[in-house]
Design a protein around this ligand. Structure first.
Ligand code: C2G
Length: 754
């Protein structure tokens, strides 16, 4: 048998499927896999055993009997291995399908073959479908907060530059790839190394089980340094998966356990210096990784650590710092060099002072050169220390895109019922919107991310938003944060999403932090309440009221208002109205927060067949930036994408066409017919998102896949209404039961008092 793949497993059910599938699909199958279960539940073990039975190659499932942790699991794997070579694979990672074949092709006469790694936030399906594209997108900022830097204190003191190697030395080339593949000192790993089993066995190389976090470091360095017979492959063969849910499923690197990590890191450093001393360039490469770790982690630790902890780490650092080669120090920046020097002379308090000073200088530099950094600084250090303004309500809908949605109705209700009780500040995303949005009553309008915006974010007592607030929002004592949200969820949200293919890959963590600031969350129906609880991991107060934005749909007499809205839009009062309001597609974008939309309806046909009786309102989602040209269809098609309040469009529509947008839950309040133009259902459902409800079962209208089907449905609306009557009633009872025109009053009375 050629290869044994050793996989430690600790209940990561969500990931192991991809890992094993990538072995199933290997082009070279002369192999075995050993999965070592470390403290797994019975279900996880039996699922694995079931898989093992069907495996095309021997798949052994072992349960760790002595010790625990990755080191112990891998050691057990080594002891039970049969292959000529072993390869370490983590259960949350996977291999390229030709990985083993490629590595073996280089293995003759070598003890170790090392191949390049790639990092990804995604499982195999997304990675191979359009992983690169998504990766490029995801290294950018989250879509809702394009200019919201996630950490205002983010800085890098020591660039991790890599120099071109001129030597032809194969060992050094392998070492170079190995060390630079690992993004940091703490990321140095034995994963993806194909190692001759006898080389391991003869020298009794086992992982040191006394480490929790750093067992790979000394192990990998020792393996590499004890042989000259190494080779490397510059193709990516090992895919290392980052965890997008550090709240529920953190990887070892995402666990915050600083003191222990620092202790182990330094112990590992001392150990590997014994091994690598005198290896010239290789030693310098490794030292540079350690220096970066020291400057960005340990020295900063002194700023926040207690005295005792700081002293303890400091003592250990005194044993490490003298081991750093001059060659590595010389390649460092000036600040780093002086910090290293100081660290050997002065204690943790002095080091912390220097670090803080340096960080203040960097902040100052940022403030001077960037207005946005200056505003954020004022927000944190000045405005947030001023007294809260008890009568100010700050409001935002759709990140400032318009005056609409539940905040609008809450604002109007407050003004009409309690005139003069509060002052209001509305946020708009840009000058044009601020100018064009005409608000009843008196209110201030501020531009998102302007100085006045930060001022009111810090000082307003009440915050009423229908979406997330920025990452850097500081919840103050006395703040009342009312989160109305903006739709009954059909598409899976946050913690229920396996892959986060849209926003920042750390979306889950960010979301978790953001929801901690919410005092009230509005639920439109019982179903949403339950989903919000798990999808947002929200355990705060839930307002079981229905959406304030839908009160208008329950007006007894709608005729006056509908006539007014039709006039406002220039629509002939005798024409019936079709509203086409699709949602956005995660994979169709120009850049962060700028989504494309392609119209899949044949407008010529629709106009020809329906133009006498109907007009069509096209309403794209607020993330879509494409401005669709409807000029050939004047008098029939209207682009109402910029119209502020979709609820007013619902009111004048006789029929809704949508897809996977939450608009249909709201529109159902009117009990008017709905058609679902779901031309990309499979992609949307199974690749991009995943739904909470069984659409085939629950949707109160037909799913249609091309213009002809839409036309046929439009011409048979009465039959369709008849056919879906029962489903519609059920749907209404499940999603609209709380909405009876009183949601705004109920929300206001709970949050603001009578
Ligand atoms: N919307 C709109 N026009 C569209 C689509 C949506 O005005 N063409 C508005 C509606 O108020 C809708 C809201 O934006 O309820 C949310 O739109 P969705 O299409 O459902 O998508 P998304 O913004 O991703 O929100 O829990 C709900 C989810 O968060 C979905």
């Amino acid at each position: 048998m050629k290869v044994t793949v050793i996989i430690p497993y600790h209940n990561e059910k969500k990931y192991i499927g991809d890992c094993l599938d990538s072995l199933w699909d290997q082009t070279m199958q002369d192999m075995e896999a050993i999965v070592v279960c470390d403290d797994c539940d019975a279900e996880a073990v039996s699922e694995l055993r079931e898989r093992a039975e069907k495996s095309p190659f021997p798949l052994t499932v072992l349960e760790l009997t002595e010790g625990h942790g990755t080191a112990a699991a891998r050691n057990m794997g080594i002891r039970n291995s049969q292959g000529e070579y072993v390869l370490f694979l983590d259960c949350d990672d996977y291999l390229e399908t030709y990985a083993l074949e490629e590595m073996l092709s280089q293995a003759e006469g070598r003890d170790i073959v090392y191949a390049r790694h790639a990092g990804t936030w995604y499982g195999r399906r997304v990675y191979y479908d359009n992983g690169k594209q998504l990766y490029a997108q995801n290294t950018g900022k989250s879509i809702e907060e394009e200019d919201d830097e996630q950490d205002p204190d983010r800085e890098s003191d020591e660039p991790d530059s890599r120099e071109e190697l001129v030597q032809e030395d194969e060992w050094l080339q392998t070492f170079d790839m190995f060390i630079h593949n690992c993004s940091s000192f703490q990321g140095i790993t034995a994963l993806g190394m194909l190692v001759r089993r006898d080389y391991i066995r003869e020298r009794e190389y086992f992982f040191d089980e006394s480490y929790t976090y750093y067992t790979d470091l000394p192990y990998a360095i020792r393996l590499l340094c004890d042989t000259e017979r190494t080779g490397h492959i510059s193709k990516t063969l090992y895919i290392k998966r980052r965890h997008n849910d550090p709240i529920n499923l953190p990887s070892l690197g995402q666990i915050s356990d600083d003191k222990k990590k620092h202790r182990e890191a330094m112990r590992a450093y001392q150990e590997i210096k014994e091994i690598i001393r005198g290896r010239g360039e290789a030693e310098i490469m490794l030292d540079r990784k350690f220096i970066k770790y020291y400057v960005t982690k340990i020295a900063r630790y002194y700023v926040t650590a207690g005295k005792k902890d700081g002293e303890e780490i400091y003592k250990q650092s005194l044993r490490c710092l003298p081991l750093i080669t001059d060659g590595a120090k010389q390649k460092s920046m000036r600040y780093t060099r002086s910090l290293l020097k100081l660290s050997q002379k002065k204690g943790p308090a002095e080091i912390a002072k220097k670090v803080s000073r340096h960080s203040s200088i960097q902040t100052l530099g940022r403030i001077i050169t960037s207005r946005s950094a200056m505003r954020k600084y004022l927000y944190r250090k000045v405005f947030s220390r001023m007294k809260l303004l008890d009568n100010v309500v700050l409001m935002e809908s759709f990140f400032g895109r318009n005056y609409s949605d539940s905040p609008k109705y809450i604002y109007e209700y407050l003004n009409s019922q309690y005139p003069d009780r509060y002052r209001y500040v509305w946020i708009f995303s840009d000058r044009r919107r601020r100018r064009e949005e005409k608000l009843p009553y008196s209110s201030k309008k501020v531009i998102r991310f302007s100085l006045r915006y930060f001022y009111y974010m810090a000082r307003a007592k009440y915050i009423v938003f229908n979406g997330r607030q920025p990452q850097y929002f500081i919840k103050r004592k006395g703040n009342v944060f009312l989160q109305t949200w903006h739709g009954t969820p059909l598409k899976k949200l946050v913690f229920d999403m396996d892959e986060v293919t849209t926003a920042s890959p750390l979306y889950k963590k960010q979301f978790y932090i953001q929801t901690r600031s919410w005092d009230y969350l509005v639920a439109p129906n019982r179903f949403s309440e339950e989903v919000f609880r798990h999808a947002f991991m929200y355990d705060g107060k839930m307002l079981e009221t229905g959406y304030p934005r839908n009160d208008i749909l329950h007006l007894e007499d709608k005729s006056g208002l509908t006539a007014e809205i039709k006039r406002e839009l220039g629509i002939d009062e005798d024409k019936k109205v079709i509203l086409y309001a699709p949602t956005w597609r995660d994979d169709e974008f120009y850049a962060s927060a700028q989504y494309k939309f392609t119209l899949k309806l044949d407008m010529d046909k629709l106009m020809r067949e329906l133009g006498d009786e109907y007009v069509l309102l096209l309403r794209t989602h607020y993330f879509v930036v494409d401005n669709l040209d409807l000029s050939p269809y004047v008098g029939f098609a209207y682009n109402v994408s910029q119209y502020n309040d979709i609820a007013r469009l619902y009111l004048i529509s006789d029929v809704l066409i949508t897809d996977y947008s939450s608009v249909f839950f709201d529109y159902a309040n009117l009990r008017r017919p709905m058609l679902f133009f779901t031309y990309d259902l499979e992609k949307y459902r199974s690749v991009l998102r995943g739904f909470y409800i069984d659409v085939e079962e629950e949707l109160p209208g037909p799913m249609l896949f091309d213009t002809d089907e839409v036309l046929r449905a439009m011409k048979n609306l009465p039959e369709i209404e008849e056919k879906y009557r029962e489903k519609y009633d059920k749907f209404y009872d499940k999603y609209c039961a709380w909405e009876d025109g009183n949601a705004t009053r109920k929300v206001v009375e709970t949050v603001f008092g009578k």
